[in-house]
Design a protein around this ligand. Structure first.
Ligand code: F3S
Length: 391
């Protein structure tokens, strides 16, 4: 590949991977079972990113492993309804076309594990989106570093990634026991747990992989919320959860222990809710990470026969939306005035300046709503987010 026998894009891709492997002292490359690429929204990529992708596509690059995309800056099929301008839409389409030309599955979602890009225990993969990386490592027990856009694309075009970091057993060991002594009810609370644990880990001199104890059960939706939050607030790509995550049985709880109590959870919730300061919510969004089918079912049940009074985005993946269409959930949700924002989300879409305050159940969405778009935030339980849209 390096010699150019497979074309100039594959050579460029292997140059990126060998450079990374050299920096991190990898002993060899490993084949990857799947790839997930971030850096899809034109809002983040800009012209320079689009030029790089166009160049790789023109150079004959073709993916060698199942590869899916992170959310784009708009709903690919329904961008006008979201108020996206035509120039942006044109550039976003060029990004998607470049990926399609290389054989990438152009389903744009941060939850690829919900619809077919589902690695299993111990498989090496190269994923980029931080919440999905955390989910793949922690919940599925697959192995990936947090790739950047170019290194994930390089892994896709070569089917390889350098073996270092979280691909190695010794780097997956927990370094800190976190004892949870708080009630966790629903996605908002699991997001708040990610805030509390993430901030505590960030505050330490040395980062440690946490071994969470005291959580009796967790659903897929709650776990995806926790993964998004702990990755955002603690920069973590892996945690273990006793009795729940597959690798937790391999380890004993580390001696050093941190206790997270109800007060810590309440503080985390308040810290994301305080920024509203009495203002009016004018934007409501569920689906960070992208909503699962069961979450959409719940939204439909709560909106049945009602009418929302605020802009309300339901963000999810195209395949999930198609099942929602088939089941009649979409019709109920749209009849209530909520809008599906498929392939995108309230963070990567170019909506700065359009709203003042966001209500959501996602700690990650709160972080970026404030940091990227300057929105105030309300951080509410799932059902209350829907109530907020109806007020
Ligand atoms: Fe996914 Fe967008 Fe949230 S990419 S995790 S919905 S910020």
């Amino acid at each position: 590949m390096l010699a150019g026998d497979y074309g100039r894009s594959t050579r460029k891709a292997m140059e990126i991977l060998t450079a990374l492997g050299t920096i991190y002292a990898a002993d060899r490359m490993v084949p990857v079972a799947s790839v997930q690429i971030a850096g899809v929204s034109f809002d983040n990529l800009g012209e320079a990113g689009l030029d790089f992708l166009s160049e790789m596509a023109a150079g004959g690059g073709q993916v060698c492993a199942l590869t899916t995309l992170n959310p784009a800056g708009m709903d690919i099929e329904n961008w006008e309804a979201l108020g996206i301008d035509a120039d942006f839409a044109h550039n976003q389409q060029r990004v998607i076309e470049a990926y399609a030309k290389m054989g990438v599955v152009t389903t744009c979602s941060c939850t690829p594990y919900l619809f077919g890009n589902l690695p299993h225990f111990g498989e090496h993969i190269a994923w980029a989106e931080s919440s999905a990386v955390c989910y793949a490592n922690s919940i599925l027990g697959a192995r990936t570093n947090r790739e950047g856009g170019p290194s994930a694309l390089a892994a896709a075009l070569t089917g390889r990634t350098p073996r270092y970091g979280l691909h190695l057993d010794e780097n997956r060991r927990p370094g800190l026991t976190v004892q949870i002594e708080a009630a966790l009810n629903g996605t908002r609370d699991f997001g708040a747990l990610g805030v509390a644990v993430g901030r505590a880990i960030e505050a330490r001199k040395e980062k440690a992989i946490p071994f969470l104890r005291g959580i009796p059960a967790a659903t897929v939706d709650q776990l995806k919320s926790l993964c998004a939050s702990i990755a955002t607030y603690g920069g973590l790509a892996l945690f273990h959860m006793e009795g729940i995550t597959p690798e937790s049985a391999r380890f004993s709880p580390p001696d050093e222990t941190l206790v997270i109590g109800q007060g810590d959870l309440d503080e985390a919730i308040c810290s994301l809710d305080a920024s509203l300061a009495g203002g009016e919510v004018d934007f409501v969004s569920l689906g960070c990470p992208h909503l699962s089918l069961s979450e959409i079912q719940r939204v439909a049940a709560l909106l049945q026969g009602k009418r929302v009074r605020k802009t309300f985005w339901i963000t999810t993946a195209r395949p999930t939306k198609r099942i929602a269409d088939q089941m009649g959930y979409t019709a109920v949700i749209e009849a209530a005035g909520a809008v599906f924002a498929v392939d995108t989300c309230c963070v990567v879409a170019p909506i700065k300046g359009r709203f003042k305050a966001l209500a959501t159940d996602s700690a990650k969405a709160c972080y970026y709503a404030a940091a990227k778009n300057g929105f105030a935030t309300r951080f509410l339980p799932f059902d209350e987010v829907i109530e907020e849209a109806l007020k």
